[in-house]
Design a protein around this ligand. Sequence first.
Ligand code: RIB
Length: 337
Amino acid sequence: MGSTDGPSGNGEAGGDGSATDADPSPDRDGSPTVAVVGSYNAGFVVEMPRFPVPGETVTGSNFEEVVGGKGSNQAVGAARLGADARFVGCVGDDRHAEIARDLWDREGVDASAVQQVDDHTGVGVVFVDEDGENEIAVVPGANGRVDRGTVGGAADELAAADVLLTQLEIPDGPVAAAVEAADDAGLDVVLNPAPARELPPEVLSGVDYLTPNETEARILAGLDPDADADDEAVAARLRELGVGTVVLTLGDDGALVDDGATPERVPAPSVDPVDTTGAGDAFNAGFAVALAEGRSPVDAARFGCAAGALSVTEFDVVPSLPERPAADELLGQNDGG
Ligand code: RIB
């Protein structure tokens, strides 16, 4: 595990030129580099007035075929926010894979370690209701074929990175392999546990930053997904799993950063949400980029919240992932700057 205080090693203001909460400027030489090991999904998005109940058909108001997958979304998000982004995963041999490769080319994401496997490219079916809330079902396909070998083939990508960012739309084996490799190389490890599932303690102990949303946090803490529980208590329970810092995302309430000392709340900029799909991807991209730049975890969470807030103001995920100037501007406004 790298330092739980972020790349500067102390997370504090310092006369040594390290980044501080008040100074968002990078303290590393070269581009911040984020390696993402994760999923790509072709997305099928249906807008509807409300979600169907079991057995019911609801007529949708709009349909779009889009690009998605938490891993790819987060890699594209990191690239838009100024990182050197590398994506590691698998696609099938179909038209969706071509669309994916075009996306990564266009967005400047290094996908040289992406492997083609004998399965369909991953698929995600997304329902969005009139409040902008979403429900998602994914069928892993090629994402389920990501394995330890896929990660081993990306050793150069991982070694060159500042931060590893991974999620749970791929099997446990490659998640564990990526965390191990990143720990060995001294990277900061960010695990976005989405969709939530139990993980072996040896994987969790290698995670520097665990970034669940409220539902995922409750599942991982062994509670009902919608349990009425105190955020600080949930975060404390997650820390007992052996991770370094818990960064609990709270939607329009921002985020809670608990590193085992004093939990700190980070507010989210106020925006009018249109579609919350992918807000977590934007947050994680921003959080990882800011960590790679040497910001403190709390500052990184602030930057993640700005990116997440911008992402919900537009329909769909990838089109809504913010570019760097917009995120910096919203962060400045939110800080009163
Ligand atoms: O986080 C949003 C993403 O989750 C969508 O792009 C969908 O593909 C699922 O992976």
